[in-house]
Design a protein around this ligand. Sequence first.
Ligand SMILES: [Zn+2]
Ligand SMILES: [Zn+2]
Length: 212
Amino acid sequence: MTERTLDAAASSACGCKVGRITEQYDLIGLDEELVSYWTDRTDERYSTRDLAEHVNQRVLEGALDEAGLQYKDGEVENTYRLLTGDDVSSGTRVQTRKELERDNVPVDDVESDFISHQTVYNHLTDCLEASLESPSDEERLERSRDKLGALRNRTAAVTEDTVAQLERSDVLDIGEFNVLVTVTVTCEDCKQQYTIRDLLDQGGCNCAETDD
Ligand SMILES: [Zn+2]
Ligand SMILES: [Zn+2]
């Protein structure tokens, strides 16, 4: 136990599987790649599934290098697909594994070094302490408005249905009707009431502004 702790401390890599394979296959610059691909704010952004695939292809590439194999552009990606793809027949997969074994690539070991998207995610968030950029205040307010708006609409719809049903079965007497859902928030410091919409638009209670 103590020995393992010392070993982990002696190396710069983290203790998780990604750290271990980074060292084992000499995957230079992998952590930087993972963080930058993951936090990219364009459409090119990698999902953790994409990232796991990227790591696994680099593992495979490392294994081919180690076995002294030459490969053409795109060949690593294709071999990876033949080993793991859902659309690949088991015959093709067996054939691919046989060829790799013949070329002295330890396929079983390499495959057990492949990682899942969950492992990449844990490595990013726990070991590298990376996080996706948090939304701006304006984005958060906007999302909250949407969420509460949908909730109000749902409450209105259910209320309307309920009243209409009771009316149809003669339990309740009412003419044409309208349902309006208003949610109010009271600031307990100054007892001022706001509709939730006004409060979000205004960004806080008036009394809090003079407070600091
Ligand atoms: Zn890690
Ligand atoms: Zn107040």
